[in-house]
Ligand binder design. Structure first.
Ligand code: GLN
Length: 538
């Protein structure tokens, strides 16, 4: 029988429920349990695919092509196992399902209500994951903060589930903040007491409190929390601020979060997790012998969450190379006018980010010209790859009007154009080319050497593509088309002969980089940047 753990958040948002959930899952996985993490998001968008990255950060795409919350990226990076459409459900999707059923007459004339119809659908979505995959444990993170109007149906659903499935099979973990008041030189428990009261009002008694804090919790303070929040003292867990999110599983292991969870769920506590590979990664991450500077050219730089997976992929691939990767965000619009070379002064490599729409495109193209001509390692992802194709067409092939039809629908040389099956699409959300597709690599290409094999699977999220009518012309001019989808012949990877490292990919490698499996293209890019740096110095 599957066991369910629900993680709620109190006092404030941004406490790191995703990281705590992923860390706990990691520890349980190390103890040989088959575990996954699910995120329930209380907003009304059907999925985050239509959300501007400024609103909600990166949209994370799963193998099966779901556009999901960026927390799923953390789950995969920590657990090294793929998630799916079922791992992220929003209020919008819940209502959509219920309303569609109502239109089909499935409720037989009954009045459709939040309780029981919406709450039943929430419970069904939680249990569906277990039914489909045979998990031992499912950790479900409830987005938002306890006390939000929008979270109420979720709290009601998990209250009901615990009653139905029994206390041994369901566990509530409440993540809360213990603020430090510097004037009083004291940690304060009152906000947590209030937050637990709020939960109690919804009929939920937390089993474990995880307390985010900047200072260590004393025994007395834990006793106080235990007393006022009605949680046994051993289940008051300290979650002290960490240098890196990758420290959190180690901290949770020290605090025995996993042991408490297993005891309460009446599961066997096997031998303590060793986290061997994890610790090795941390050792390399924290003690680099080299350092490189990478420019990240994008248009959502004000919000680093918009490029979350790219930043994390640099952490993983940096550790593999025993190299600190300093990522410098550069706003593409700033590169559009005037003197822009100053931005490239101390860079050992440049990554041009994915994106949509016209803003900042010309800046990206200018940057690519510069790195191409100056032999600086270049990595273009999705839109970044498309910009590299346009740049090459304009400046090497002398097709001065070349462009992408996303930006210039009537360009005379549409080297990037809309995919055939996208032309009839009018609906937004879940309608792009999404998810994992096969790609065949040309032998001895840069990508083949990086992956060490000729067939790969990578995730996609785009509407436009390399226009294969131009393929021969590009190859003649010196651009190698080194990755092709074997089913539909779409061109997925471009490289430049004679350049130390010039790589553009139509897919999103950053989504598949994990602690245990850093992405080979990121590893190769960091290596090339390091080589460039050492050559410059020599
Ligand atoms: N806007 C481009 C397209 O739709 C690139 C998308 C992306 O970078 N994810 O094809």
């Amino acid at each position: 029988m599957t066991k369910y753990i629900f993680v709620t958040g109190g006092v404030t948002s941004s406490l790191g429920k995703g990281i705590i959930s992923a860390s706990l899952a990691k520890l349980l996985q190390e103890r040989s349990y088959k575990v996954t993490i699910q995120k329930l998001d209380p907003y009304i968008n059907v999925d985050p695919g239509t959300l501007n990255p400024y609103e909600h950060g990166e949209c994370y795409v799963t193998e099966d092509g779901a556009e999901t919350d960026l927390d799923l990226g953390h789950y995969e990076r920590f657990l090294n196992t793929p998630t799916s459409q079922d791992n992220n459900v929003t209020t919008g999707r819940i209502y959509q399902t219920v309303i569609n059923k109502e239109r089909e007459g499935a409720y037989l004339g009954k009045t459709v209500q939040v309780i029981p119809h919406i709450t039943d659908e929430i419970k069904r979505r939680v249990q569906l994951l277990a039914e489909k995959n045979n998990f031992d444990i499912i950790i479900t993170e409830i987005g938002g903060t306890v006390g939000d109007i929008e979270s109420l149906p979720y709290l009601e659903a998990i209250r009901q589930l615990k009653r139905e499935l029994g206390t041994e099979n369901c566990l509530n973990i409440h993540l809360t903040l213990i603020p430090y008041l510097s004037a009083a030189k004291e940690l304060k428990t009152k906000p947590t007491q209030h937050s637990v009261k709020e939960l109690l009002q919804a009929g939920i008694q937390p089993d474990i409190l995880v307390c985010r804090t900047e200072k260590s919790l004393s025994k007395e303070l834990k006793q106080k929390l235990s007393l006022f929040c009605n949680v046994d003292q051993k289940s008051v867990i300290e979650a002290i601020d960490a240098d890196t999110i990758y420290d959190v599983p180690i901290l949770m292991l020290k605090e025995k979060l996993d042991t408490r969870v297993l005891k309460k769920l009446k599961l066997k506590t096997t031998k303590k997790p060793e986290l061997k590979a994890w610790k090795e990664f941390l050792g390399r991450h924290k003690n680099p012998t080299h350092e490189v500077n990478i420019g990240l050219i994008g248009k959502y730089n004000e919000l680093p969450d918009a490029y979350k997976s790219i930043y994390e992929a640099f952490v993983h691939s940096g550790a593999t190379n025993e190299c600190r990767v300093n990522v410098y965000p550069i706003h593409s619009e700033r590169l559009e006018t005037g003197e822009f070379k100053k931005y490239f002064k101390n860079l050992d490599g440049v990554l041009v980010a994915p994106g949509f729409g016209e803003r900042g495109i010309e800046g990206k193209i200018r940057a690519i010209s510069y790195v191409r001509e100056n032999n600086i390692p270049f990595f273009g992802i999705c839109l970044g790859m498309q910009c590299a194709v346009v740049e090459f067409a304009r400046n090497v092939m002398k097709l001065k009007k070349a462009g992408s039809t996303e930006v210039k629908p009537k360009t005379s040389d549409p080297v990037i154009s809309m995919m055939e099956d996208q032309k009839s699409v009018t609906h937004k959300g879940g309608t792009m080319r999404l998810g994992s597709y096969k790609c065949k690599l040309k032998k001895s290409s840069l990508s083949h050497k990086a992956y060490g094999r000729t067939e790969i699977n990578e995730r996609h999220r785009h509407r436009y593509e390399f226009n294969s009518a131009y393929a021969k012309k590009f190859e003649k001019a010196g651009m190698s088309l080194t990755g092709i989808n074997p089913e539909n012949n779409l061109i997925e990877i471009i490289e430049l002969e004679g350049h130390p490292f010039f790589l553009g990919v139509q897919f999103h490698p950053e989504l598949k980089s994990t602690v245990e499996k850093p992405h080979p293209l990121f590893v190769a890019f960091v290596k090339a940047a390091l080589k460039h740096k050492l050559n410059e110095k020599a």
